[in-house]
Design a protein around this ligand. Structure first.
Ligand SMILES: [Zn+2]
Length: 480
């Protein structure tokens, strides 16, 4: 291995116990979206101790931070997340559903590992920059509220990502791979209608029904669906139907709308039409409404140039290896959910030939953990879900990897994930992700011409310009 990369990898190995300790503390705190006070404080504390320049509460978000080291360009950002999910408290390393805290939350998306792996990468890159004559700066961004907060999009609105030469990140998964492809943009707005309560039979003429307004709004949107592009989606949930008494004209009712498209500019336009339908519903029912912007995020812009760098480094470093006990645990955990026999990863999903390759790799390894690197897929992929990494990718070349942290097919946001996220399997994923990201960043620092190429691809893919889905006056909202 190249000496510069070895410097970064050795530093991560030396700090591996610190990385895992941090991952376990964050797992234990299990703080929800935009409430990650202890988690963010822990990162800021260890990063300061490790010699990073830390800025807390950036973009007016209490639990967001940046930690930088180095000077001058290139400027490479590493993205960390650390929020948990409600209702998923779970014992670690367990094969049965067993809450640690009744009704508590848990790291069902592995963000305790995600943050720790990003932290590991930053430590490795810092070690390289310290010992190299190469100019450059690494910034670890603490990005809270990924689960329903879209903090990265708010940070995008406030101009955070635009100055970076590249952003790298990862996510725990059931597979080792370079992630690629686009995703859906998504905007959430809540409409709260207010009418007038009245006896529904005795004085109906005095009543103004907020529930009628919600129903008419839903009908209006139903007609809109015929006149939008096939790539758009609109979902809703009635979050307050105004009570349970039919003999009371409902004075209040609320509906939460989610508008999606694989182009953020289209989602923003469509969302404005939904606003006008709400106005129409209020007019028809003689009610008023309050519009509350919840969050918005953009679709993801792929960068094949950076993905190639990630793949080459992943390939050179190999994948996490497991002990017999770890494999037995993962095999047993996989038996606790159905569908654990599917084929993982973006390559298997999009390419027939690569799908066969993945099938062979899985069969050869013969365990629930996928201890192989999935083949490299460089076609144009698309996933219908949404992530706020999208907003980063519209402002700087961005790429990400997945590292196996769970058995094959392990359902997202499940107790099985929480259980696995505080075991050696999870630790290995975080440390390994740190190594792949650090080695890739070192390559970019040493070869700025790759960054130039990535920039050219980025400019081509984002020629239409970024439409920020976050209004100028919106503030992040803690989800209900
Ligand atoms: Zn996640």
């Amino acid at each position: 291995m190249q000496q510069e990369k070895k410097t970064a990898i050795d530093a991560i190995e030396q700090k591996a116990s610190l990385v895992c300790e941090v991952a376990d503390h964050i797992w234990d705190y299990a703080e929800l979206s935009l409430q990650e006070v202890r988690s963010a404080a822990l990162y800021c504390e260890v990063l300061e101790k490790e010699g990073f320049h830390v800025e807390k509460g950036i973009c007016g978000i209490e639990t967001a931070f940046s930690a930088s080291y180095g000077s001058g360009r290139p400027l490479i950002g590493i993205l960390a997340e650390y929020d948990a999910l409600s209702g998923l408290s779970q014992e670690a390393g367990s094969l049965v559903r067993k809450e640690r805290i009744s009704g508590g939350s848990g790291h069902g998306c592995g963000h305790n590992l995600l943050g720790a792996g990003a932290f590991a990468a930053a430590l490795g890159i810092k070690a390289f920059l310290e010992r190299s004559s190469c100019p450059g700066t690494v910034i670890l961004y603490g990005c809270p509220g990924e689960e329903g907060g879209a903090a990265k999009a708010f940070m995008a609105r406030d101009g955070v990502w635009r100055d970076l030469d590249a952003a790298l990140t990862w996510h725990p998964e059931d597979v080792n791979e370079v992630e690629t492809g686009s995703s859906n943009s998504c905007i959430q707005v809540q409409y709260k209608f207010t009418g007038m309560a009245s006896h529904a039979s005795g004085a109906p003429e005095k009543g103004r029904s907020a529930l009628d307004a919600v129903e008419l709004m839903n009908i209006g949107v139903q007609f809109l669906r015929e006149h939008m592009s096939d790539r758009a989606r609109i979902h809703y949930a009635i979050t307050d139907a105004g009570g349970c008494s039919p003999n009371v004209v409902q004075p209040r009712a609320s509906v939460l709308y989610m508008v999606r498209s694989n182009h953020v500019s289209e989602a923003v336009e469509l969302q404005a039409r939904v606003d006008r339908i709400a106005e129409g519903a209020a007019l028809m029912t003689d009610t008023t409404f309050e519009r509350k912007f919840i969050d918005g995020l953009a679709d993801t812009v792929t960068n094949h140039t950076l993905e190639r760098v990630l793949y080459d480094n992943f390939s050179a470093l190999g994948v996490p290896q497991y002990t017999k006990e770890e494999l037995e645990y993962a095999d047993a955990l996989a038996k606790t959910y159905p569908g654990s026999e599917g084929l993982p990863g973006v390559a298997a999903e999009n390419d027939e030939k690569l799908r066969e390759e993945v099938a062979v790799l899985r069969k050869e390894y013969g365990h629930a953990m996928n201890a192989f690197l999935a083949p490299f897929y460089q076609g144009e992929a698309f996933k219908a879900g949404s992530t706020d990494v999208g907003d980063v990718s519209w402002l700087t070349p961005t790429a990400q990897i997945h590292v196996a942290a769970w058995p094959n097919g392990c359902p997202g946001h499940s107790w099985q994930n929480v259980s696995c996220d505080c075991t050696e399997i999870g630790h290995k994923a975080a440390v390994h992700a740190g190594k792949v990201l650090a080695a890739s960043a070192v390559e970019l620092f040493l070869h700025p011409e790759i960054l130039e190429e990535a920039r050219k691809e980025f400019e081509k893919r984002t020629a239409e310009g970024y439409t920020c889905p976050i209004p100028a006056d919106a503030v992040p909202v803690i989800p209900d």
